[in-house]
Design a protein around this ligand. Structure first.
Ligand code: AHR
Length: 688
């Protein structure tokens, strides 16, 4: 009788359990640290110079980026025009001090400025009014940042038939804390008088207001009341803290002033450069109906050009081409708009003797601005009159300014444009996976140029259906749920996308993130690169990610290959660049978009220089949670962390953190490092 070997149901269950556990262990082994090899081929023959213009910034008047943002003016609605030209009008955010039985304020059309005719008439009914007097106050843009010891320049226009006694003060938002105060006597006259006064703060308050009070009966008119901090960047009116954030990006261009802001929902509300230049008091201001707020246009066309100069960035002027979101000018009657744009170019580039160049000179800039790029509208390619209008602008500008590079709104990334252009706009807002995968988009862009036909007597370039334009990725960002108000996840997908732009920088000439700024009190668009309020600011991870690409413009890009089972989650690029002290670096940036650590070996071939351990660094942008964001309370939660790389060598093994951007900067000892010139010619630099 043989022995029967049998398994009880309990034993079978146990065995199954053990089997499952074993599988799980194996699986987690597989899912654990991944490996990859990144091979950089630095052979001179494969190296290519990246355009000097590759990475810049796009400044749009959105989210109060300008008014109540980088433009340091503290008074909102300084000319009382925001309520419109009809009187009486709303004077928001101005308000009264004292009860309304003692004071009556109303707008009328008595200004001394023709283009902004509205002024404020204040009638004081009390004599020896109660302590503190009655009057008006302006809270600025969600409160004025007044800092102890700092000077504020007040300018205002007043008119009073009888002598008036005013007190101008900076106070806390409820008026209880006095930060600065000055008494002003206004001589009685029927003419307008310009008053200029310095106020020095004796305390700090981040949400202050400007008060103008009196305690004597009478009638006084006010107009164009301005309060500017004395210390603005280079004295040009830009908030220093926000400007330094831009300088840290080393932007090679500044695209301005929009975006949809340029178009308007309706043409009557579009940005008009002509209305934004000249003495600030005379600018009418306008209501930007796309982002729904009034701008006094203190930050006007001239100031945008000035900001470009201050940032050493090439200006990119996006002009309105007779098209808004809801109305369009027919091509047959577009001529005045073309003339208007030609005038704007003369204003920027003309000699100081020219009609418009002289206006620029009178504003303080006799030298022309080096305006070389203009964009013909914004996101208008599909509009009925776009192509017709485009050609009218294109031909007129080409003839008058052959050096100007023109940007079309039509996408030429997958097929050549059907009209002449130097660059085409490419905008992308999407989820993180899609943007990560778009790192290869420009690999597929046609490279061929215009067809050239040689006849025996002349050479003709055929421009029909075969225009080679360079790409200007003028707006890119991850948005919606993957981005929140600016997540690490978004910045990683964007970094991967940018490595693709570096690789394809033979066809991609320029790129900028969007939007650049948000005032935390008026978030019209999420996410943004730089968040601020009246006195604080921080960069989102997308801002910090861009700082790791700031050396790429004008550098040399090298091909690389990634070998890994995990390569679908990796993106990388390699450049060589020189710092201001002429020290050369090989920079390898690797995005690990996946949730596993990666042990990566970086190797180089063809490098005609040796890697020096001294000075080599590794910088990592990561965080505990891929959805982590920065905030006013934790402004540096997700920022790049740099450390020395102790064992730099040509064959390096390093660990990439999950969800990270890692930037290796390997110092090169230049025995014979090939640098590419603008034209792609090589020259050799000798050792350091
Ligand atoms: O960047 C925000 C907006 O996105 C821009 O105004 C517009 O060009 C795009 O649709």
């Amino acid at each position: 009788m043989g022995t029967k070997v049998g398994f009880s149901p309990t034993a079978i269950l146990c065995l199954l359990l053990l089997f499952c556990l074993g599988c799980k262990c194996l699986a987690s082994e597989f899912e654990g640290t991944q490996t990859a090899t990144v091979r950089v081929d630095a052979s001179p023959g494969l190296a290519r110079k990246i355009p000097d213009t590759l990475f810049g910034v796009f400044f749009e008047e959105i989210n109060h980026a300008g008014a109540g943002g980088i433009w340091a003016e503290l008074v909102s609605n300084r000319g009382f025009e925001a309520g419109g030209p009809n009187t009486p009008s709303n004077i928001h955010p101005w308000s009264i001090i004292g009860d309304d039985s003692s004071i009556v304020v109303a707008t009328d059309r008595s200004s001394c400025f023709r283009r902004n005719i509205i002024a404020l008439r204040m009638e004081v009914l009390c004599n020896d009014c109660r302590a503190g007097g009655v009057g008006i106050y302006n809270p600025g843009f969600w409160g004025m940042n007044i800092e102890d010891g700092k000077t504020y320049n007040l300018v205002m226009y007043v008119k009073s038939p009888e002598t008036a006694y005013l007190t101008v003060s900076l106070t806390s938002s409820d008026g209880s804390q006095n930060l600065a105060s000055v008494n002003i006597t206004v001589a009685g006259t029927s003419n307008w008088t310009k008053l200029v006064q310095k106020l020095v703060a004796n305390g700090t308050n981040r949400t202050s207001r400007l008060q103008i009070t009196t305690n004597k009966k009478g009638v006084i008119w006010f107009d164009q009341v301005s309060l500017m901090p004395a210390d603005t960047y280079k004295g040009h009116g830009f908030r220093t803290d926000l400007t330094s954030m831009l300088l840290d990006l080393k932007p090679r261009f500044l695209r301005f002033p929009g975006g949809c802001f340029v178009e308007g929902e309706w043409l009557r509300n579009a940005f008009r450069w002509r209305e934004s230049i000249g003495p600030w008091e005379e600018r009418p201001g306008h209501f930007g109906d796309v982002w729904h707020y009034w701008t006094d246009d203190g930050l006007g066309y001239y100031e945008y050009l000035q900001l470009s100069e201050d940032l050493s960035a090439a200006p990119v002027w996006v002009f309105n081409n007779g098209i808004s979101h809801h109305d369009e000018v027919d091509t047959s009657i577009i001529a005045p708009f073309v003339k208007d744009v030609l005038d704007s170019l003369e204003f920027a580039k003309g000699s100081s003797n020219s009609t418009w160049g002289s206006v620029r000179a009178a504003m303080g800039h006799p030298e022309p601005f080096p305006l070389k790029y203009v964009a013909n509208g914004n996101e208008d390619c599909g509009k009925k009159h776009y192509r017709g209008n485009y050609l009218k602008f294109y031909n007129a500008i080409r003839e008058a300014y052959p050096d100007i590079q023109m940007i079309s709104n039509c996408d030429g990334s997958s097929r050549p444009l059907d009209h002449p252009a130097d660059l085409f706009d490419f905008h992308v807002y999407t989820d993180s996976k899609t943007l990560f995968s778009m790192r290869n988009t420009f690999d597929r862009t046609p490279r061929e140029g215009p067809k050239t036909i040689k006849l025996w007597f002349l050479t003709v370039n055929i421009f029909v259906n075969m225009i080679r334009a360079q790409a200007f990725v003028s707006e890119y960002a991850v948005w919606q749920s993957d981005a929140g108000k600016g997540s690490l996840l978004a910045s990683l997908a964007e970094a991967a996308f940018l490595t693709g732009l570096e690789r394809n920088s033979d066809i991609v000439q320029m790129a900028s993130y969007a939007p650049l700024f948000v005032n935390n009190n008026d978030r019209k668009w999420n996410p943004d690169a730089i968040v601020f309020n009246s006195w604080q600011h921080y960069g989102t991870p997308s801002y910090w990610m861009q700082t790791l690409f700031r050396e790429s413009s004008g550098a040399t890009v090298h091909p690389l290959t990634i070998n890994s089972r995990y390569s679908g989650s990796l993106a990388a690029s390699a450049i060589t660049w020189q710092d201001s002290g002429n020290i050369s670096f090989l920079r390898v940036k690797i995005v690990n978009f996946g949730s596993h650590a990666v042990r990566v070996r970086i190797s180089t071939t063809g490098l005609e220089a040796s890697v020096n351990e001294l000075g080599s660094t590794v910088t990592v942008l990561t965080s505990g949670n891929v959805m982590d964001e920065n905030s006013f309370s934790h402004p540096k939660k997700v920022v790049p962390v740099k450390r020395q790389l102790p064992d730099a060598a040509e064959n390096m093994q390093v660990q990439l953190a999950p969800h990270s951007l890692t930037c290796f900067d390997l110092t090169l000892t230049q025995s014979k490092l090939v640098i590419l010139t603008e034209k792609g010619d090589e020259y050799l630099r000798s050792g350091i």
